[in-house]
Write a protein that binds this ligand. Structure first.
Ligand SMILES: [Fe+2]
Length: 292
């Protein structure tokens, strides 16, 4: 096919995808086709490479299930997840100015975490070094937000999430905490450690083939929300974690890196008597008001 006919092919497919009454769908599909065709032409894509790509996507689907989000992982390592986060922040930059920065949700969110009393432990019995988390949820002016919700999830002290432990996992290191009347939160969990992203599937194969490092720095995930405010999906990163500047999914933000102070066994700030060393950390989350 001549160059002319390659261009004609693209324009025919674009035209075919430009007939929906939904203009946004038309834009998404016609632009996708233009970029896919341009990619194929730029690299002079061979049939074997095209088929390898399709087989890769097939395997990505086949390994995915309720607890294995290989497509989210793929999006994460391509930087697409972080690009969408960044575009959202740019689009909403005026209305979310001063709010806590967002980062990727990642592949391990599991809706329906248990409610945990303020000050409780979301990681009871979970392997790892205990850590006590405190802080506030406020608006962007610093006004405390009572009854704000922190929906938390974390790997264990070995860097493994509950959904990776078994084919029929039970929840661990997850919990929902609400702030008190002064916008304060506090809970126990473990100090998160760095971990390799799941590498036993097609994404892992791709990472190895492209010689990419597969670790993420230690972090705990949270969705923070409060009535009348823009929710944020974010992490807190452990300040002295390995791989802080080599996050395999490009999610690290400097504003989300917090120190974890180590303490000898003894009485923790909430009065708990600890028979082994523990950590404390603190962070104030700021939420922007919903646009009027
Ligand atoms: Fe994570």
């Amino acid at each position: 096919m001549s160059d002319y006919n390659q261009s004609l092919l693209t324009s025919d497919v674009v035209k075919a995808f430009n007939q929906s009454p939904d203009p946004r769908l038309n834009l998404l599909m016609t632009t996708l086709v233009k970029h896919l065709h341009a990619f194929a032409r730029e690299v002079d894509l061979t049939p074997a490479e095209w088929m390898a790509g399709l087989q890769f996507l097939t395997k990505t689907g086949q390994i995915s299930n309720e607890h294995r989000a290989e497509f989210i992982l793929l999006s994460d390592i391509l930087g697409l997840s972080m690009m969408v986060v960044s575009l959202t922040q740019a689009r909403e930059s005026k209305s979310i100015e001063g709010a806590t920065e967002a980062t990727v949700e990642g592949p391990f969110y599991w809706p329906g975490a248990p409610d945990v009393a303020l000050g409780g432990n979301i990681a009871e019995g979970v392997v790892g070094e205990p850590a006590y988390y405190t802080g506030h949820v406020t608006d962007v002016a610093g006004k405390p937000l009572p009854n704000a919700l922190l929906d938390l999830w974390s790997g264990d002290g070995d860097g493994t999430y509950d959904v990776q432990l078994s084919a029929t996992p039970t929840m661990q290191a997850r919990g929902k905490i609400r702030t008190d009347e002064h916008g304060r939160y506090r809970f126990w969990s473990i100090r998160p450690t760095y971990y390799p992203i799941p590498s036993d599937g097609p994404v892992g194969e791709l990472m190895r083939a492209t010689h990419r490092p597969i670790n993420r720095p230690g972090h705990i995930h949270m969705m923070v929300s409060a009535e009348g405010h823009v929710p944020v999906t974010t992490h807190l990163f452990v300040a002295d974690s390995p791989f802080l500047d080599q996050d395999a999914v490009f999610g690290k933000r400097d504003s989300l890196v917090v120190p974890f102070a180590k303490h000898a066994a003894g009485t923790a700030p909430d009065g708990t008597v600890m028979d082994k060393p523990y950590y404390t950390t603190s962070y104030d989350f700021r939420l922007a008001p919903l646009p009027a």
